[in-house]
Design a binder for this molecule. Structure first.
Ligand SMILES: *Cc1c(COP(=O)(O)O)cnc(C)c1O
Length: 430
């Protein structure tokens, strides 16, 4: 569920009209719903209430400082993938002692910074990295808390670019090699404290089955690691999928109630019901690393239609946002529901491609999709753009980053100013 709906024919985020935001701040414009971010966090927290747990929000999904601050104020920890993300968490008022650090390529500078800040755990992705972490910690006279990421070789049944838990992916250490690696680490790496085990099998999982398969496969391993090495946590990763096709309708409880069990996307309540009984007696703290689930449906990208171009084969609606603002369609064949900010008065649909101004054929938001008609000058919303949206924006084609707005109730705050052209070239020299 989320905070976006039509009221008297206009699309609102909570109590704020998106058209009024577009007029005041221009387009393209990212708008986030604070109550949706908090609601998703709280619902996950309740769904896991039967087991000792901590939610480490995956910062890479949406790293705006105000988003991080809001989640930190609700008690979130953070899963980071770079020194830069740790810097953001600290700036936002998050606690490094509740941060886990993932990623296959941590540099010396990043390791030193995270050790000095006292993070909760380095989630290590290879034996080489574990040995290097031991060496750097030794040089600093510190003990590095660590968990190894196990690759359980489970098929997450998601897009190939966001599947991470198969043996052919670059992530983690093979399931069969973990026990020996912990033995060697305990014997040979005095500056490592083995604190946990981590896994993350992929993103945008819309079925519970791969989660269950991975958890059941890893339980014997994690149990034995606890006995032998006294580990205290098991991170079961993120990856909970969200609604992309029918996002607007899915904002209401009636939409969920109208779906049969088999049609209904994975709910967080189901996730909790299936996993908690399997996890609650392990005597381990369960860490969760959701990104998309928290932020995805909490944001939209507003863009203005510039031109309608009728080609011989197709009709193109050319808008002022491009793949540099939201790359998911180009990168992952991602689907975003497209809705006009003014509620359509008829059910007429027109088959169109909605495309951006960038000089790339991959620069589209949909192709051959039946949409309500909208005209040049009108604004539309690309739904479900709160995760992996702004964070992947670039200045390609020398286009400034869009502004970001955070709505809370009736209040809308600019949480990131639109970039100016001077900002874009800052740092370049003639
Ligand atoms: C990206 C990532 C996540 C978050 O994935 P979502 O699908 O956004 O929940 C969690 N853990 C790790 C290690 C990741 O790389």
């Amino acid at each position: 569920m989320h905070g976006f709906s039509y009221r008297n024919g206009e699309l609102f985020c909570e109590n704020v009209s998106l058209q009024s935001l577009a007029e005041e701040h221009g387009t393209p414009l990212y708008v986030y719903s604070g109550s949706t971010l908090v609601d998703h966090f709280s619902r996950l927290d309740s769904a896991l209430s039967g087991v000792s747990h901590e939610i480490a929000y995956a910062v890479k999904a949406n790293s705006n400082l105000s988003v991080l601050r809001l989640l930190a104020s609700k008690g979130a920890g953070f899963d980071i993938v770079s020194g830069g993300e740790l810097f953001r968490v600290i700036k936002a008022g998050g606690d490094p002692a509740h941060c886990t650090f993932a990623g296959v390529g941590k540099t010396r500078e990043e390791i030193v910074y995270a050790l000095e800040q006292g993070i909760y755990s380095f989630n290590v992705e290879s034996e080489e990295e574990l040995r290097y972490l031991n060496q750097v910690a030794g040089e600093l006279g510190k003990i590095a808390p660590a968990a190894v990421r196990v690759n359980p070789n489970v098929d997450a049944k998601t897009h190939k670019y966001i599947s991470t838990g198969k043996s052919e992916n670059k992530f983690g250490v093979d399931f069969g090699a973990i026990a020996d690696l912990y033995e060697r680490a305990a014997a040979e790496l005095p500056n490592i404290k083995l604190r946990g085990l981590q896994m993350h099998i992929g993103s945008q999982l819309t079925s519970i089955d791969p989660f269950i398969e991975a958890v059941e496969k890893v339980i014997p391993l994690v149990t034995s690691l606890k006995e032998k090495h006294g580990i205290e946590f098991w991170s079961i990763g993120g990856g909970i999928g969200i609604v992309y096709e029918d996002t607007l309708a899915s904002g209401s409880p009636e939409w969920w109630a109208s779906k049969s069990e088999s049609e209904r996307p994975l709910t967080i309540e189901k996730y909790g019901e299936e996993l908690v009984p399997r996890l609650k007696d392990l005597g381990l703290k369960i860490l969760l690393e959701p990104g998309r689930y928290i932020a995805g449906n909490a944001g939209v990208l507003i863009t203005r239609c510039l031109y309608e171009k009728k080609g011989s084969a197709k009709t193109f609606k050319i808008v002022d946002a491009g793949m540099n603002d939201l790359i998911r369609p180009a990168l992952y064949e991602g689907h975003h529901e497209i809705v006009p900010l003014t509620e359509p008065k008829t059910s007429d649909r027109l088959k169109v491609d909605v495309v951006g101004p960038i000089c790339e054929s991959g620069d589209f938001f949909c192709q051959n999709r039946e949409l309500p008609d909208f005209q040049p000058g009108e604004n539309i919303a690309l739904m479900s753009a709160g995760a992996y949206g702004f964070v992947m924006a670039s200045n390609y084609n020398t286009r400034p980053f869009p502004a970001e707005i955070l709505v809370q109730g009736g209040e809308a705050k600019v949480v990131r100013k639109r970039q100016t052209l001077e900002d874009v070239i800052a740092g370049e020299e003639l």
